[in-house]
Design a binder for this molecule. Structure first.
Ligand SMILES: [Zn+2]
Length: 466
């Protein structure tokens, strides 16, 4: 028989009460029988009569005890309440309204910038306990925010949005559909977990801890060199991985850069990054060839504090690590205090580009429903190179663009892409990957798909760079 924890506890309690009653009865009967034996022995000297009396009386009491056990099982025990926990790496959820034993409204925390603007609310990740065998109804609320200082009129998610869940915090899947209330801006899902604990997240998580374990592996490759190029605002390492064939002279190689996780909620970019890293250190003949002609620079997590803390977008001081790159003056140390992530990474990119020009740089991001390239690169030969990259990815890989060509932006926020091109002619594109259904796949991209896209992306970048 399978019990929930509470059922098991209550039945065990009744069982032990019944067993206690049996022991008490036996003790009483033993004493009574002893008197009986004394009495009998004095009268007749037949000791075994007393023993027989005790056994018979004990057997007579068993049905009463059994009735107690059956009674406890027949009574419907009250299940223990559902517990929520988000006190773990990348964990986050806001206010929880209990609407019933199995129904909850969950408010997304969101995060604002240093000025209290640009709230973004696209991250939650929590654990639920005592849920086995229940039918859970979860309403997600408070997605509404602001983007580039313009308050949003509708939430960034909608009817095509799919929350994710896991029964082991390792293997993740998304729900197949949601109920979307346009008026309230609320997503409602139903879960019927088999196991007693489940994890639920906005998209499949990719933690800072997972990156550190990956870097341990990557660092053992003879082709990889990992540097700490600076520290985040809370003192976490900012890693830069260089992968190339050290036996071939660097002067003849092209340089490509790949960067991810400026925004903590955009976990898909980390799966793409992991796919790229694993491919580049592999024995795959293509990887071997590309290492001989390319210097790969990979910056896997630019906002490690945000990822570890379960933040949505900004660094701990409220600065967007993909905004204001033009404002961050490397001679002014206030920026080293406010946004050291930009300060260190910008310093390194400009130094590397001056020494050995970067042929292609891709800055990875995630979008709710669109997949595209955006750039300010408007001169040859760099623009042609990026156009060829876009066409090759659209034709041959899991990149599934929702626009016909690279979106060329002349104005807009001075993000990494815009600032590096304007300031130093670094040919950068922002690559957005959607979290909703991919047309190419006919479904939502799974972590495995993004690992594959990582291999495809980094090899195509190296091939186009030649
Ligand atoms: Zn982003």
């Amino acid at each position: 028989m399978k019990f929930s924890n509470g059922q098991y506890f209550r039945t065990a309690l009744f069982s032990s009460a019944a067993a206690g009653l049996m022991r008490l009865a036996d003790h009483w009967l033993t004493n009574r029988a002893t008197w009986g034996w004394d009495f009998v022995s004095r009268k007749s000297g037949r000791r075994q009569n007393a023993s027989r009396t005790r056994t018979a009386a004990t057997i007579a009491l068993i049905p009463c005890a059994l009735l107690g056990v059956i009674g406890s099982a027949a009574e419907t025990p009250k299940a223990p309440p559902v517990y929520f926990n988000w006190a773990f790496e990348s964990g986050s959820i806001g206010q929880i309204d209990k609407l019933g034993e199995n129904e909850f409204r969950l408010h997304v925390v969101g995060q604002q910038d240093a000025r209290g603007r640009n709230r973004q609310a696209t991250w939650y990740y929590f654990r639920m306990e005592n849920v086995g065998g229940r039918t859970l109804t979860l309403h997600f609320a408070d997605f509404l925010g602001e983007y580039n200082d313009v308050p949003a009129t509708r939430p960034p998610v909608g009817a095509s949005y799919r929350p994710w869940f896991s029964e082991d915090n390792v293997h993740w899947n998304h729900v197949n559909d949601i109920g979307w209330d346009r008026e309230k801006g609320e997503a409602t899902i139903t879960l019927r977990p088999q196991s007693n604990t489940i994890w639920v997240a906005h998209v499949a998580p990719y933690t800072h801890g997972r990156l550190l374990r990956l870097l341990d592996e990557v660092g053992r490759s003879p082709h990889a060199y990992i540097e700490v190029i600076g520290k985040s605002a809370l003192g976490r390492d900012l890693h830069l991985v260089t992968i190339t064939d050290p036996a071939k002279p660097d002067a003849e190689k092209k340089v490509v850069w790949l960067m991810a996780r400026q925004h903590p909620w955009e976990t898909g970019t980390s799966f793409i990054m992991e796919g790229a890293l694993r491919f580049l250190i592999s024995d795959d003949p293509l990887a071997q060839k590309l290492r001989g002609e390319t210097i790969f620079k990979l910056m896997p997590m630019m906002n490690p504090d945000g990822v570890a803390r379960g933040d949505c977008r900004f660094n701990v001081n409220g600065y967007d690590t993909n905004r204001g790159w033009d404002v961050v003056d490397l001679r002014d140390k206030q920026w080293l205090e406010k946004t050291p992530e930009i300060w260190y990474v910008k310093t390194r990119i400009l130094a590397e580009h001056a020494r050995h020009p970067i042929a292609i740089m891709v800055n990875l991001h995630t979008d709710e429903s669109n997949e595209y390239f955006e750039s300010m690169v408007d001169a040859q030969p760099e623009q042609g190179r990026l156009d060829r990259l876009y066409a090759a990815l659209a034709e041959k890989t899991l990149f599934d663009p929702s626009r016909p060509k690279i979106s060329l932006v002349g104005t807009g926020p001075m993000n990494t892409t815009a600032s590096l091109w304007r300031e130093a002619r670094v040919p950068v594109v922002t690559m957005e990957r959607r979290i909703t259904t991919s047309k190419k796949l006919g479904r939502v991209a799974m972590p495995e798909d993004n690992l594959q896209l990582g291999r495809e992306l980094i090899s195509t970048m190296a091939e186009i760079a030649q």
